[in-house]
Design a protein around this ligand. Structure first.
Ligand code: HEC
Length: 289
């Protein structure tokens, strides 16, 4: 294999590896940024939902309980969970890519039912009572989401009045939700989880696109660089060496001794050319003698 081809192959491998390395690093960096952004958005949403619920529970609910006649139950007025669900349903209408669920193993309101992944999440909170929150990425409907979750635990009578024995639950509630599900919860039991989902699908696709663009630019630069190296090697290395080697051969055979070596370069090849030129002149002198 010629010196030029060998050099080109080595350069192509190095450039190729560097390009792929830069592409991969760019993807990982963008992915990390996308997840960090999703996390801070999720925290913002989560904090806001919880603040709404907290305000409702501490400030509004006690007043509402005083105003509403005993044993009447209006979900929109009297349940913090209906408040957060309803608020987020409106939020989702205006902004896509986000979801919030009070995922429950045995809910009163069927759309709150935990799917398989959420059931495992609630189970993991149940198994590890010291775990106060959980976050990470997950797949839903073929899309990647960042999620933030917190457990929901039954706090005695305050919850069991409505989620305990269906015969003791407010009759309006039973009328709306029936008696089949959402009851017989146990005190202290983790029954559900708040889960906020933030789609990172688009951000990850952008990261992939960015990395591919970088790789393509790298491949373009690689081609230009290889072309440049090819021309340079041809002009300043391969061609002069081929000419010098045939000149040296001619001198060794005593042919064409009058024609001088016509390579003027200020480098190692130039030095070799000068040496061969001196050799030619000594040869001429020796033969003349
Ligand atoms: C006054 C009755 C009442 C009380 C007290 C009550 N809830 Fe509920 N809860 C409801 C109703 C009604 C819903 C249905 C919400 C909906 O339609 O989205 C609900 C929904 C929920 C949900 C969503 C899953 C589902 O069942 O649809 C969770 C989780 C929940 N409650 C937990 C609790 C906890 C924990 C407490 C105690 C801190 C509590 N609830 C106290 C009436 C009550």
């Amino acid at each position: 294999m010629g010196i030029r081809s060998r050099f080109m192959i080595i350069m192509a491998i190095i450039f190729g590896l560097v390009t792929v390395g830069i592409g991969t690093a760019s993807y990982l960096f963008s992915k990390k940024n996308a997840l960090q952004e999703a996390q801070s958005k999720g925290q913002l949403i989560f904090t806001y939902i919880m603040a709404t619920q907290d305000f409702y529970r501490t400030k509004q609910q006690p007043l509402i309980m005083e105003i509403v006649e005993k044993d009447r139950f209006y979900p929109e007025l009297m349940s913090g969970f209906v408040l957060t669900r309803g608020t987020f349903d409106n939020f989702k209408k205006n902004l896509t890519g986000y979801d919030f669920k009070q995922a429950t193993i045995n809910p009163l309101y069927p759309p709150n039912k935990a799917d398989q992944w959420e059931t495992e999440l609630v189970e993991s909170f149940k198994k590890q009572p010291e775990l106060k929150s959980s976050e990470g990425t997950m797949q839903k409907g073929g899309e990647t989401y960042f999620y933030l979750a917190k457990p929901i635990t039954v706090e005695g009578k305050a919850c069991l009045h409505c989620h305990g024995n269906p015969n003791e639950a407010p009759k309006d509630q039973v009328e709306i939700y029936g008696t089949k599900n959402g009851y017989d919860w146990k005190n202290g039991e983790t029954v559900a989880a708040y889960v906020v989902y933030i789609s990172v699908e688009e951000a990850l696709a952008n990261a992939r696109r960015g990395a591919i663009t970088l790789c393509l630019i790298g491949a373009g630069c690689l081609l230009v660089a290889l072309l440049g190296i090819w021309v340079f090697m041809d002009r300043f290395v391969v061609n002069p060496i081929v000419r010098l080697s045939s000149k040296a051969e001619e001198i060794s055979l005593g042919k064409n001794l009058e024609t001088p070596v016509d390579i003027k370069q200020n480098d190692e090849i130039g030095a070799l050319a000068n040496a061969i030129e001196r050799l030619r002149m000594s040869m001429v002198r020796v033969l003349k003698r």
